[in-house]
Write a protein that binds this ligand. Sequence first.
Ligand code: AP5
Length: 220
Amino acid sequence: MHLILLGAPGAGKGTQAKLLQKKYNIPQISTGEILRAEVKANSELGRVVKEIMEKGELVSDDIILKIIEHRIQQPDCQNGFILDGFPRTETQAEGLDMLLQKFPDIRLKAIEIALPEKDNIARLTGRRICSQCGKDYNLQLNPPPPDNRCTVCGGEIIQRDDDDVATVRHRLDVYHEQTQPLINYYGSRKKLYRVDGNQPVEAVFRDIEKILKNGVQLQK
Ligand code: AP5
């Protein structure tokens, strides 16, 4: 199973990737999570990308492709991977194609999770995360407990630096400009599928599973 989850910020890529990882035992590779861990660790890379991420801009293609090249060669990727938040530019998509040239048997599927823009904004501004373990909370879907401590690890629950409304709007602009063209990129290569993200989490997951089992049905 080699999957790309495409979609605007807040469409539900991370949520679905975690469910797929759990059910199919295939790793979620979230470039956003990898970069946030670097920022948290105050590594050299973290210091380079911190401000870019806080502004809602994209980190350079070179950095991202190096991260992916290293990550997909790890032993846990032998049976597949779920790419969440990558690729995000045409250069990244071409870079991925080059990396996968060595593996002609891989049948990549790109699944777009589609959501009306007003819902992306509501979801992201309502999102809260645990500062320790990253568990997702949401003011609408799954509100944090009154003491604002994570139910899993007891860590403080915070808002992501890039989830304020102005930065969310900018991230959506960046998405339309730089990432949305990938819909055509994968569509023209007959690798694109689409699910309606404007449904409960479980229903989105069921639609993704239908694509995995019987891609033809929901293919664009
Ligand atoms: P990244 O972490 O990838 O952020 P993103 O793409 O903006 O994605 P999000 O995590 O915000 O949204 P999501 O679609 O995963 O939604 P989620 O499931 O969390 O990237 C952050 C930054 O890192 C970028 O801005 C950039 O700077 C940098 N970066 C990362 N990758 C890069 C790359 N390849 N190239 C360059 N730069 C890169 O859900 C959102 C909320 O909605 C949650 O609270 C969730 O509970 C809720 N929710 C989910 N599904 C549903 C549902 N069905 N119904 C109701 N609520 C739902």
